[in-house]
Design a protein around this ligand. Structure first.
Ligand code: GAL
Length: 714
């Protein structure tokens, strides 16, 4: 009897072949396909982000073919989880999978994607654990589930692999490898099912563009959001805040918005969300005085509600089973909770002119956040809530500002898939300068923005180096909440710090244009080199044939390039870090020019530079047209009209479209914007001349153009 039972058990084991497990892809939009495995849960990052795909922009990007290799992808439900597998080719490089800080290339790693404060290893616990990877072969895969997602990135070898690693004898074969070659990405989703999206593209950049456009297009910040911001010490009073603003003015350092840290509240943390009457007796007056100076106010908060908050008793029935710092945790997915927050936040903040928020502590750490088993009134578990809390807070606050037809631009420590169009920049407490730049590169693959904020420094050199990179990032921020550092704190470099801050202000039209490209075309404003055209490995040489003397460029581009990046279409940023006087820079194919001198510096090669402390090394791509404004202390106001200085680098004819709008409202979404054409053409004698077709509408805020030909010194 026993043996019969055993036998029948053996025979009833379902043996699934790859065919049974293969994914059924349906076209979702041009170049985007969707497959479903099992029964996906209702709440997902994309549902929380409420994405609204930009269909016409996706159509204009073209209609690429389905990436054939991906037909072999499989998925099944096993062990109450979704198990997915996607094929890989030899030599294929993969990017993305969360906001990583140590490396750009992810093949050969394992990630357990979960929202968390970065804990110094790229293990998947991340401020933005976006389950999206991009391949250099021109496709990307997104797993849309508000669950922990484990990704074996080119790890794990199946018995039925098409391209298995050879079996080797460790006793005799010295190149025996403990991590054998794997021809797939294998993914485990802790859910009864999941949606999967596949994005195609002619290169990695186009894949990222499709992802961003699918998520609604990248955010277009208000112009003031691209100016400089200082976060003042946590217990500053209204008087001290005004004095700080005045000091910036008197000393000639630019300032567009000030961030108030926890001490603006009567109780924190957990939070009351109302002003402290002692430090801020008349917050409306303070906000108005600052707005009169063209300076905005941003407020720090975290979501956890104190018993001292007017929200407390109304929100209590809609909070989770656990507390954070003894504050209650509202179930932010419930409309009633969103309305309660809105009621108080409107009255206390938005109605008096506050321009945005810094949403802290929605990421982790485990030691103070709720556990996985926490329960929320909507039925969501702690695990699910953790994946979407920061995203939902961004979405909720974005909606409030949209209702006022006023753009916001703030900070968040937690995000996830689908966030491209949300007006938030990620920051954290991990203060490693070099890794901050790697995060800048990585943000570009996953539809999020990151700021390498400056706080303080051990030396004047470090201070200047940090401030230089901050000025070439999505948010130029000094976070002095703890120690009151000011841009001029290190007198030895105060002049150079001012110069780079003013350079950022001058580059505003260029930066704003880069963000317009993010919005309308899905191109991230900051890009890893692997998204740059001309930056690829174009050789038949095998890895072993490469060396730094004979083929240094081919060798360099296949490495993990994480300390240089593109800002917009034309500027390559190659920062230096404290203690360094020289570095190498990889210049993709095509001519590259020094930003400051206009001199030709290279083309498809690796250069060594020794640039001195005063400037951040910047290079401009052939044909670079860089529109700039005069150095201002505040970002221009709605009706300001300014002259442009347009720098041109190189020797070929070129043109760009320069975007502009009111810089403040959402009217651009209704078509209220303008574009100028700036072009450089050769005359009959072969000399370059600049031409500007400036639209004469009130959406365009530049009235004349002074061309500066950097390369020929004209
Ligand atoms: C931290 C945050 C800092 C600062 C501080 C204030 O969590 O990362 O930037 O805001 O809180 O207490």
């Amino acid at each position: 009897m026993r043996s019969f039972l055993l036998l029948s058990l053996v025979f009833s084991i379902p043996v699934l072949n790859a065919q049974d497990r293969s994914l059924r892809w349906e076209e979702e939009a041009p170049g985007i396909w969707k497959a479903v495995v099992g029964e996906p849960e209702k709440v997902t990052p994309l549902s929380i982000a409420g994405i609204q795909p930009k269909l016409s922009a996706l159509s204009s990007l073209g209609n690429p073919a389905f990436p054939e290799n991906l037909r072999q992808s499989t998925g099944e439900i096993f062990d109450a989880k979704a198990i997915l597998r996607f094929p890989l080719e030899r030599g294929e490089q993969l990017f993305g999978l969360g906001l990583n800080f140590k490396s750009v290339q992810q093949r050969g790693t394992i990630k357990e994607l979960q929202v968390d404060h970065y804990g110094e290893t790229d293990n998947g616990r991340s401020h933005a654990p976006v389950a999206f990877y991009v391949s250099d072969r021109g496709y990307g895969v997104l797993i849309n589930a508000a669950r922990r997602i484990k990704v074996y990135v080119g790890i794990a070898v199946r018995k039925d692999s098409k391209d298995p690693p050879p079996e080797m004898n460790r006793n005799t074969q010295p190149d025996w490898n403990p991590q054998p070659y794997s021809d797939a990405v294998e993914i485990v989703v802790q859910a009864p099912g999941t949606d999967i999206y596949l994005f195609a593209g002619k290169n990695a950049l186009e894949v990222v563009q499709r992802y961003n456009l699918f998520c609604g297009g990248g955010v277009l910040p208000p112009k003031w959001g691209l100016g400089f911001t200082q976060r003042t010490p946590t217990l500053y009073s209204d008087r001290q805040v005004m004095e700080e603003a005045d000091r910036f003015e008197q000393k000639g350092y630019p300032l567009s918005f000030i961030g108030l840290e926890p001490g603006w509240q009567s109780y924190s943390y957990p939070n009351s969300f109302v002003w402290d009457k002692g430090r801020f007796p008349d917050p409306g007056k303070l906000v108005k005085q600052l707005l009169d100076k063209n300076i905005r106010i941003n407020l720090w908060i975290n979501p956890y509600v104190s018993s001292h908050s007017p929200l407390y008793s109304d929100i209590l029935p809609y909070t989770g089973s656990h507390t954070v710092w003894a504050g209650v945790v509202p179930d932010i997915t419930l409309p009633v909770v969103q309305d309660l927050y809105k009621g108080l936040f409107y009255k206390q903040h938005l109605d008096i002119g506050v321009s945005g928020y810094k949403i802290d502590e929605t990421d982790g750490y485990d030691v103070w956040l709720w556990p996985d088993g926490a329960r929320f009134p909507s039925g969501l578990s702690g695990e699910q809530m953790r994946q979407i809390y920061g995203l939902q807070f961004q979405k909720m606050t974005d909606k409030w500002f949209r209702e006022k037809n006023q753009r916001t631009y703030g900070l968040t420590r937690a995000s996830n898939s689908g966030a491209s169009s949300l007006p938030y920049v990620i920051y954290n407490d991990y203060y490693n300068h070099r890794d901050f730049i790697t995060a800048l590169c990585n943000s570009s693959f996953i539809g999020v923005l990151w700021t390498p904020e400056a706080r303080s420094s051990k030396s004047a050199e470090e201070w200047l180096r940090r401030m230089q990179t901050v000025c070439f990032s999505p948010m130029a921020m000094l976070n002095a909440w703890a120690d009151g550092t000011q841009p001029w704190t290190f007198p030895e470099v105060a002049k150079e710090v001012k110069e780079v801050m003013l350079l950022r202000m001058q580059l505003l039209p260029y930066l704003y244009n880069a963000f317009a490209q993010y919005h309308f075309e899905g191109k991230p404003p900051v890009r890893a080199m692997n998204l740059e055209e001309g930056f690829f490995y174009e050789t038949k040489l095998q890895k072993g044939d490469l060396n730094s003397t004979e083929n240094p460029y081919e060798m360099a581009v296949q490495q993990d390039v994480k300390d240089q990046y593109m800002l917009g279409d034309y500027i390559l940023v190659a920062p230096l870090f404290a203690g360094e006087t020289r570095r190498s820079v990889i210049l993709p194919k095509g001519n590259w020019y020094d930003f400051y001198s206009g001199k030709l510096v290279g083309n498809g090669n690796v250069i060594e530079i020794n640039p001195g402390l005063s400037k951040i090394p910047l290079f401009v791509k052939e044909g670079g047209i860089i529109p700039m404004i005069p150095p201002l202390l505040h970002t221009p106001e709605k009706n300001d009209v300014l002259p442009l200085t347009v720098r041109y680098y190189g020797s070929v004819e070129n043109s760009i479209s320069l975007y502009d709008d009111d810089g403040d409202t959402f009217d651009y979404e209704k078509g209220d914007y303008a574009r100028a054409v700036l072009s450089v053409k050769k005359n009959r004698r072969g000399e370059l001349r600049g031409f500007a077709e400036l639209p004469k509408t009130k959406s365009f805020h530049y009235n004349k153009v002074n061309w500066v030909f950097m390369t020929n010194g004209e």
